[in-house]
Each structure stands twice: as structure tokens, then as C-alpha cells.
Design a protein around this ligand. Sequence first.
Ligand code: ADP
Ligand code: MG
Length: 472
Amino acid sequence: MNENSQSPQAGAPAADFSALPLSPSMLATLAQLGYDEMTPIQAASLPLTLAGHDLIAQAKTGSGKTAAFALALLHRLDTRRFDVQAMVLCPTRELADQVTQEIRRLARAEENIKVLTLCGGSPMRPQVDSLVHGAHVVVGTPGRILDHIDRGSLELSAISTLVLDEADRMLDMGFFDDIAYVASRCPRERQTLLFSATYPPGIDKLTQKFLRKPQEVKLAERHDSTSIRQYFYEVDEGERLGAVGRLLDHFRPASTLAFCNTKARCRDLVDLLRAQGFQALALHGDLEQRDRDQVLVQFANGSCSVLVATDVAARGLDIAQLEAVINVEVTPDPEIHIHRIGRTGRAGEDGWAFSLVSMDEMGRVGNLEQHHGGEFEWHALAELRPASNERLLPSMVTLQMLGGRKEKIRPGDILGALTGDAGFTKEQIGKINVMEMSTYIAVDRAIGREAVRRLNAGKVKGKKVKVRMLTE
Ligand code: ADP
Ligand code: MG
């Protein structure tokens, strides 16, 4: 889920990484990754962080915040020493995984930089063993990091950079006290960087407590209004959920993120969409980690058309290629609204942002318009007609195979089995995600059943396997 790239905003001055005091090997790595220019948040923050300042940085999801702090912390590392010198706190395991991956990619020219993920939901023992072997950077959730500190398995005395990533979301999740504890155990002489997509009031409490004379970089959200088409629809309360399916049938976006204000709304909407025959999945805070993984994998590999989420659940996720965002309800907070719709129309692609508005919510829309500095475009539900007799279905389906990283499965093993004995073509196979205990395989919808049958009849790496259709 980490493959979409963010191109710098059109019209911004060229921001070349070579203007920064980075090593030639780091510049080469950036070029290899296709990071040709800094994104605006990187251009604004890196000169400050590389000079050693504390920083408060706010920019929308997908703007390249990870590399903005990763380059700063890698710059300060002394790789000849084998102690933990940088720590990144993240709200969830999957965000921690994304951050770890990005740091590793950026550090790959330096052979021996060790980056370790420390999150709940995985056993302590292997983490403790890895810490004994030594790491330069740890990335983790506040709760699990705190556990390691209390057990004495994580030594903080050499920490020179502390990063609070997705600070807004960590606050939402009630991590304030844990963060405070962890920060209080880090050396006073350190650089502290706080990154956030939004700037809710609680953040000031964090910054005042843990940052020293921080510089601030806040990037006002500027969406290219030509690339996001925002349509507003007035609805009666009774038509609201039904209107979502009508939007999907009319516009037929390949992938949609639908925001609800509550978990209960998410569930109701997913139930309705599924009853109507859409491939919809819900993402909300109550899901077990494994279920969250399954939902995100299916959305990212093209076998789910609609992801229904709360703001909290969707924040920070690096989700590529959204054709549409639907505000099933209007949010009272203009910043959150802008953040939601900024998920579509990324990197110059066109996107739709639809908002369903009841009479009760008109006041909120007034607020949004003020913030926006202009009036919105209203349309009538009656304009929405199905564009086709066929139900909108995603192009892929997901198969789940038992066995994953633990069994040393690699994507090539699966691709080999499917294109070898099973006789499918490479074009019929999509993303293959190898997780801890399971592997998820996206294949063309048309071959789903047959692929399950042939995989179960054959072998992967010389062994019988158990495969089932995950997409219903
Ligand atoms: P954020 O934390 O702001 O939500 P991420 O750090 O996850 O954003 O970055 C979003 C995507 O942009 C990632 O896939 C990342 O690899 C890519 N990216 C980051 N910096 C650049 C750059 N300078 N040029 C091109 N792509 C970039
Ligand atoms: Mg991020």
C-alpha cells in the first residue's frame, strides 16, 4: 500500500533534494526511489530539521511526511554505534509498518542501519531478542514501547531524535499519558519532531510539554479545484444511506472511500450496500488487527469497491488511487472535510467528492463554504440514474491462503504456482500480499473459483496448501 507517489504540487518552485546537506549516497537513493523533487512539506521542513531544530509540522495525508522526518533522523544517526538513537511513535501497527518500510528504503544505501518495529499484537519475546542484537531506530506504538521500557528491554539513553507521527490520531486514541511517559524517559538533549495531518487543540499540550522552541510548518491545504469535483446533494434523513448506492451506480467509480461520523453508521451503510450487491467493507476502530489487515488488503488490491470508514480509522493510511470520496454525513470541522476530500484527486488524477446533506446539516455547510471562500455546486438526487444495468463490481477477487512469512512464502512462489501448473497468465494475477500467517492473492474476478480449485489441487513450494475465497 506504499506505492503511490506524490508529485509536487503544480506551480510550486522546483525543490531539489541536492540543495540539502545530504550525503551523495542518500541523494542517489532518493533518485532511485523516483523522489525527483521534495514535496512541499519536505521542502519546508527539512532545512529546519537537518539544522537540528524541533519542529511541528502539519500537512495532509499523502504529502510525504514520513520521508520528511526519516531523512532528519537518519542524518543524525551515528552508524558506528550500536544503540537506539531514534524513536518514532505511531498510533497503529500498520502505520508503524509503513514508517518502518519507508525508513528502510531510505536507509538502504547504508548497509548496516537496523530499524525495528515494536507494536502490540506481536509476541514480546522476539522483540526483546532483536533489541538485544541492537537497533538504531525503533518504530512503534506508545503502549508497546512503554512495556519495553518498563521491562528494561529498551534503553533510551542514546536517543537523539524522538518523532511523534500522526500526533492527532494518537491523541484521538487516548495515548497522551503513554506518550508523556515515554518522552519523559528520553534524554532531555534531543530533537523532537511532531507530525500531524490536522491540528486539533490538544496538540498544543503535547508541543508545550515535549518540544523546545519548535519551528512550525503548516501547509494550508490547497487543492487544485480542477482535479477534485465537489458535488453537494440535499437528502432527507431517510434517503441518506440509499443515496450512496445511487451515486455509485451513476458515477461507477472503481474505488470509493465513504466517510461516516460514527461506527454505527458505518455498519448500517455496509449492510445496506452489501444487500444491494456492492463489494463494500467497513473500517472502524472496533476491528481486530487481522480483520483490519484483510479489509485494507482487499481495498488496495482492487477487490473491494467501497471502503466505509470513520475519520479516525482512515487517518494516515497511504491509500492510492481513490476515484471518489463520499461524505455520507457532513463533518462539523472544515479541516476534516478538506482532509477527507483531499484523499481523492491526488497527484493530478481527477477525483469526485460527494457530500450528502440533510436540512439539519446546512449550518455546517455554511461553515465549510466560508472556509472554502465560495459557494458549492449543488445537484439533485433525481439526476442520479444507473449508468449501466450491471452492478458495479471490482475487477479482482481476493483469495486467502494459509501460511505466510512464518512459512517463508514469497510472492514469487504463488505467482509461480498460478502461472505454472495451474496454467493462468501473469495478467490474470494481481497483488500478492504475504502477511505473518496468511497470504492474500488478488486474481481476476473471472478466474476466482477456478484459481481456488487449482491451487488447492496443486502445490506451492512442493507442499499442499489451503486456499479459500475471501471476497464474498
Ligand atoms: P504522509 O505521511 O504525509 O501521509 P507518506 O509519507 O505516507 O505521506 O507519503 C505518501 C507517498 O508519497 C508514499 O508512497 C511515499 O513513498 C511518496 N513520497 C514521499 N516523498 C516523495 C517525493 N519527494 N517524491 C515522490 N514520492 C514521494
Ligand atoms: Mg504519515
